[in-house]
Design a protein around this ligand. Structure first.
Ligand code: FE2
Length: 386
């Protein structure tokens, strides 16, 4: 049995790593990079600071600041134009998951043309595409290290999972200092997203020894630090730990997979426009309870890494403790229910069959320890409503 592993060629990890962007680009042979980011990071001055650094280093750097949260196919049109007008030879994706995912999509579209829906899973996208340097400003999506991009089809509201080596960044700069100013809600949501990546990578049917080690380390680190960063964003030690763990979890799920939580979370995000980490958090305890029977020993290992079970605890007990711990975590992080967010129950029920279908079509539920039917997915949606 051969395991295929893919990682960025260069990872620069540590406080202040962002200063090394010109060197990272030089090593990729780039002279005309395009910074792909959002208006928020233009507003903070970070985008301009990076551009000035690149220009001082003699690079002809351009800017595309039109990325949107949960990027849509419509939002990519201006980006492709910008990449081509600048004759960019490399894209620098700066921000949370959305700008990084946008940079990955543009890198492929600008070279190959067509529409993003032509490239959605199960298609395996190999390139050619421009190289991407990913710079996360949240400790969550792991997109800096994954071979995935998620783009919403503007015509259907479907959150399309697009996969393959073409979307793997050539390099990533992982600088926790960029996350210190994140507000508590974003901190919690992105942190739970990273924890979900780690747990799903570990229990996935595609798990392997390489992804296992990274996943368990990430689970352990996140469980010890996520409340700390939620309560005190200035806790730099905890911010650093969360940032590393989010990237480790990203490498883990990129080389294994996510599973049912993510499969069910994407349709919620698409139809109700909730933050990705938040819809994950809403689903995480219930979906884990549904899934433990399919891989009790694996969930027990997660519980031990999380710190809620010991080596001597039987697997069934340990796995149950993980489910309880996730429910407690959601409570501590003030995760709302769809109902408490004001989503109408009738609308929720009406969309559940479509969301279940879209979840199954993404393929992620097929990696889950228990492979659900559409009916079971609908029941889980009903269960988490209130
Ligand atoms: Fe995620």
């Amino acid at each position: 049995m051969v395991t295929s592993l893919m990682l960025p060629r260069n990872l620069r990890v540590g406080g202040g790593a962002i200063e090394e962007l010109p060197d990272v680009l030089a090593r990729l042979g780039s002279t005309r990079p395009l910074l792909v980011t959002d208006s928020f990071l233009v507003g903070t001055g970070l985008a301009e600071r990076l551009l000035a650094g690149l220009r001082n280093a003699g690079l002809d750097a351009g800017l595309f600041a039109g990325t949107v949260p949960d990027p849509t196919t419509d939002s990519l049109v201006a980006g492709v134009r910008q990449v081509q007008a600048h004759r960019a030879d490399c894209l620098v994706g700066l921000g949370g998951g959305s700008p990084m995912d946008t940079a990955k999509a543009l890198a492929l579209l600008a070279v190959q043309g067509g529409e993003m829906r032509d490239y959605k899973a199960p298609r395996d996208n190999r390139g050619p595409a421009l190289p991407v340097v990913a710079i996360p400003t949240t400790a969550g999506s792991g997109s800096e290290a994954t071979q995935f991009t998620i783009i919403t089809d503007s015509a259907s509201d479907e959150k399309m999972l697009c996969t393959g080596q073409a979307f793997l960044p050539a390099a990533a700069i992982v600088d926790y200092e960029l996350t210190v100013s994140m507000p508590p809600r974003l901190t919690a949501d992105t942190g739970v997203d990273a924890l979900t990546h780690a747990v799903e990578a570990f229990v996935s049917r595609k798990a392997n020894v390489f992804s296992d080690g990274l996943a368990l380390t990430a689970i352990s680190t996140i469980s010890r630090n996520i409340r700390r960063v939620y309560e005190n964003g200035e806790d730099r030690q905890a911010r650093k730990a969360m940032m590393f763990a989010a990237t480790q979890a990203g490498i883990a799920f990129s080389n294994s997979s996510v599973a049912l939580v993510h499969g069910m979370s994407r349709p919620i995000g698409a139809h109700f426009h909730l933050a990705h980490g938040l819809s994950n958090a809403m689903l995480f305890p219930a979906v884990t309870a549904f899934s433990v029977g399919g891989a009790e020993a694996r969930y027990a290992e997660c519980a031990r890494a999380y710190g809620v079970a010991g080596e001597a605890d039987p697997d069934a007990l340990a796995a149950g403790r993980l489910v309880e711990a996730l429910a407690v975590l959601c409570k501590d992080l003030d995760v709302p229910t769809p109902q408490s967010l004001g989503i109408e129950q009738a609308r929720w029920q009406e969309l559940a069959p479509l969301m279940a279908q879209q979840a199954l079509t993404s393929g992620s539920p097929g990696n889950n320890p228990v492979i659900p039917t559409a009916e079971e997915i609908e029941k889980l949606y009903a269960q988490i409503y209130s």
